[in-house]
Design a binder for this molecule. Structure first.
Ligand SMILES: CC(C)(COP(=O)(O)OP(=O)(O)OC[C@H]1O[C@@H](n2cnc3c(N)ncnc32)[C@H](O)[C@@H]1OP(=O)(O)O)[C@@H](O)C(=O)NCCC(=O)NCCS
Length: 152
């Protein structure tokens, strides 16, 4: 590709066929380990009615994704789009692909009249926090309490 020529990015809904590519990206940023499994991903039925997950593809290769879930929450009782995770391949970061993905999610939510997108962002993940803040997400007043059974 010549200098200055922009790669064409295809933003499209995630399907089951993308699961391995998504897991590979998760392993890539997790130093070879993935927090997701094929079964976890498959059970969410990517591309199904409760799913607005999307991928970014360049030259037929999946280079990024946003994993989402539509759900009803009691705080307040409303339908929200949970943004469960997002990764752009480090080799493709900083060229606007993440922004294209998130803008598409905004469009999809607006067209389905879903008024809230709730991003689950690990507190220590400065990169992702700054990205969502850049895209005008604001810190909400919901405090997350986790009960874990690791040491029992
Ligand atoms: C955060 C992430 C999604 C951003 O994707 P990206 O394609 O690199 O982002 P973009 O190129 O679209 O950046 C968009 C804008 O956000 C801002 N931005 C992005 N990352 C930023 C950062 N770390 N600090 C400050 N601003 C940032 C920039 O201002 C940029 O605008 P500009 O290009 O006009 O300067 C990507 O870096 C990533 O996947 N990081 C790892 C995320 C992760 O840990 N996921 C696992 C847990 S869910």
């Amino acid at each position: 590709m010549s200098t200055g020529e922009k790669e064409k990015v295809l933003i499209r809904p995630m399907t089951r066929n993308d699961i391995n590519a998504v897991l590979a990206l998760d392993r890539k940023i997790g130093d070879g380990r993935s927090s997701l499994s094929y079964t976890d991903m498959d059970s969410t039925n990517p591309g199904g009615p409760a799913d607005l997950s999307i991928v970014a593809e360049i030259d037929g290769k999946v280079v990024g994704f946003i994993l989402t879930r539509l759900t009803y929450l009691m705080i307040p009782f409303t339908e929200v789009c949970l943004l469960q995770g997002m990764i752009i391949d480090p080799a493709y970061q900083g060229r606007g692909t993440g922004s294209q993905l998130i803008e598409r999610l905004f469009e999809n939510c607006r067209s389905k009249k879903i008024n809230t997108i709730r991003a689950l962002v690990p507190e220590f993940n400065k990169e992702l926090r700054e990205f969502v803040e850049f895209h005008k997400f604001h810190r909400s007043n919901i405090i997350n309490f986790d009960k874990t059974f690791d040491n029992e």
